[in-house]
Design a protein around this ligand. Structure first.
Ligand code: NDP
Ligand code: ZN
Length: 181
């Protein structure tokens, strides 16, 4: 018999997965095959559990939800109501302000990385690991070699500002970064 708390954790996780799948249902990644968008949040959760040893279910739920506010019509309040204020806060911390021009958004990520909460640093690390693997293995078809290299360099600048957060994930990032084209 499972403990009620374990059932509650599984319920939160599956609710976050179903919510994210619904919100991203019409979106695709930028790889040449245009993979279903939801593969990416699932990859973050997989990395956190199976490479980072993360078991905090609210961090895993936040990873599944991490792009819903940035890339869909989802609001912070909607996440807070459905998943609680801690999950919503972690997602908010890793959400870019899309009203800023691209270059400022990129700079803001570097500037803010060190001040993220420990939970948001875990999600940020997993996001950068997954995106480097994507750029290395199935980059957007239109990306030049220079652009792929710039992406690797920028991701490293972000991660270098949050080092000390979690050794296993930082090591996984460094391995992913070795594939810089
Ligand atoms: P984009 O924001 O356009 O694309 C990168 C983002 O797209 C990722 O962070 C990821 O975000 C998402 N994504 C979806 N599918 C994929 C995939 N298959 N592979 C990788 N990422 C995917 O680009 P950036 O603004 O991040 O620019 C990348 C770099 O290129 C920067 O360093 C920028 O300065 C530079 N640049 C160069 C240009 C040039 O022409 N040379 C033009 C513009 C930028 P998420 O996890 O949120 O889904
Ligand atoms: Zn992401």
């Amino acid at each position: 018999m499972r403990l009620a708390s374990e059932r509650g954790e599984l319920a939160l996780l599956l609710k976050a997965l179903a919510f994210a799948a619904h919100k991203h249902r019409d979106q695709r990644r930028k790889d040449p095959e245009a993979s279903p968008y939801i593969n990416h949040p699932i990859a973050l959760a997989d990395v956190l559990v199976n490479e980072g040893g993360v078991t905090d279910v609210e961090v895993l739920a936040a990873a599944l939800l991490h792009d819903t506010v940035e890339d869909t019509a989802t609001t912070h309040q909607e996440l807070a109501d459905a998943f609680g204020s801690r999950v919503a806060r972690i997602v908010a911390e890793v959400t870019d302000d899309k009203s800023l021009p691209r270059a400022e958004r990129k700079r803001a990520q570097i500037e803010h990385a060190g001040a993220l909460s420990p939970e948001a640093k875990l999600v940020k690390l997993a996001d950068k690991i997954c995106n480097l693997r994507d750029v290395a293995e199935r980059p957007p078809a239109s990306w030049s070699l220079e652009r792929r290299r710039e992406y690797f360099d920028w991701a490293k600048q972000v991660v270098d500002r949050l080092r000390g957060a979690q050794a296993r994930l930082e090591a996984a990032f460094d391995v992913a970064h070795q594939a810089r084209p």
